[in-house]
Design a protein around this ligand. Structure first.
Ligand SMILES: Cc1cc2nc3c(=O)[nH]c(=O)nc-3n(C[C@H](O)[C@H](O)[C@H](O)COP(=O)(O)OP(=O)(O)OC[C@H]3O[C@@H](n4cnc5c(N)ncnc54)[C@H](O)[C@@H]3O)c2cc1C
Length: 322
């Protein structure tokens, strides 16, 4: 693949698509309960937009771990020609292997993948909500939003203090930063959703950007919906190929035409308009989804289209500049 720098996919010339690179590890650091891994990957850094992710081959050349592992990009920097950092928790064999890497080792990385967070066209009051490692991709987004004149409030949560990622940075860089932990070891005791409405009211939020487990995204969408506030939700569903081929990461999303389609979170997401996702049906193929058994019977009866609250669905982001 062109010396390991081959562009993936059939994008028009000039549009920067993902690349597959052999990236040198710069550092692997412990950050509380997580590891932060920084790679030298100029081609990925140059193409990255907040909300996108990378996939990493794990286990070395003779591994049985065939599936790449997906990670949200936390940040990119210009040093060493361009670096990419991601934050992860050790979970199973792949992340344990990553945590054992040392500087100067080489990783096979593909990215940036997926659709980034759409940005508001006009300066807005943006609430960035994250849970656990889901907080990591919010900081590059915050920088981009501030550059464009928007204000940023953070609402970060986790089970316990050492799993709240980036609280200090949030306090330094956000207009406000609210932290919750389930055990009360840092910030307010409880869940992010317990304080969401209060923060929305105090910050006069125009749009919520959320990166959290599906049940939290579902609740955030419902709560923000009470105030008619759009939610851009970044989902983290089990994912195998990361490039749209295996269909392992699909979820049901209703289009503005009222028709539910099974979209791939790797290429149609991972960021979706919250009110279009059928959160209660994630993990299933609803009977009325396009192509599901029984679809022809319901062809003439699409679900009631959701009201457009001013934030474009995936693939229709025309009023957002990237
Ligand atoms: C778009 C996206 C962004 C992500 N960003 C991060 C991040 O920033 N930090 C982080 O710690 N984790 C992130 N994850 C989850 C991360 O991919 C898994 O924790 C990792 O694949 C687990 O690999 P493992 O071998 O250690 O564990 P195992 O549980 O043994 O994983 C085996 C396989 O299961 C799948 N898998 C397991 N858990 C998950 C999960 N939660 N999400 C998706 N696939 C999973 C993967 O396909 C993996 O190949 C993200 C996942 C997605 C889809």
């Amino acid at each position: 693949m062109n010396g390991g720098q081959g562009a993936l996919g059939g994008r028009p010339p000039g549009e920067a698509g993902p690349v597959q690179v052999r990236a040198t590890v710069l550092t692997v650091r412990r950050v509380d309960a997580y590891h932060a891994l920084t790679l030298v990957a100029p081609a990925i850094a140059a193409r990255f937009r907040p909300g996108q992710f990378i996939t990493v081959a794990v286990g070395g050349p003779e591994t049985s771990m065939l599936a790449r592992r997906s990670f949200a990009v936390q940040d990119v920097r210009s040093d060493h020609g361009g670096t990419v950092e991601f934050v992860f928790e050790t979970r199973g064999p792949g992340t344990r292997w990553l945590a054992g890497l040392r500087a100067r080792e080489v990783l096979d990385v593909t990215g940036p993948l997926g659709r980034p967070f759409p940005l508001p066209k006009d300066p807005s009051s943006c609430l960035l909500l994250g849970v656990g490692y889901g907080c990591a991709p919010l900081f590059a987004l915050a920088a981009r939003l501030r550059e464009r004149g928007s204000s940023v409030d953070f609402l970060l949560g986790a089970q316990r203090a050492d799993r709240v990622f980036g609280a200090l940075t949030a306090r330094r860089s956000g207009r406000s930063a609210t932290v919750t932990t389930s055990d009360g070891s840092f910030g307010a005791r409880g869940a992010v959703t317990d304080l969401l409405e209060q923060v929305i009211r105090e910050a006069r939020t125009d749009v919520v950007y959320a990166s959290a487990p599906v049940p939290v995204l579902r609740e955030v969408t419902a709560l923000a919906g009470k105030y008619d506030i759009p939610v851009q939700a970044s989902v983290d569903l089990s994912m195998a190929c990361g490039i749209g081929i295996c269909l392992g990461c699909v979820l049901p999303v209703t289009g503005t035409d009222g028709i539910t389609r099974m979209l791939r979170s790797c290429v149609d997401g991972p960021v979706f308009r919250g009110d279009l996702v059928r959160w209660d049906d994630v993990g299933t193929i609803p009977f009325d989804a396009l192509g599901a058994p029984g679809w022809p019977r319901t062809l003439g009866e699409p679900r009631e289209p959701p009201r457009d609250r001013g934030v474009a669905p995936p693939g229709h982001q025309s009023h957002h500049a990237g």
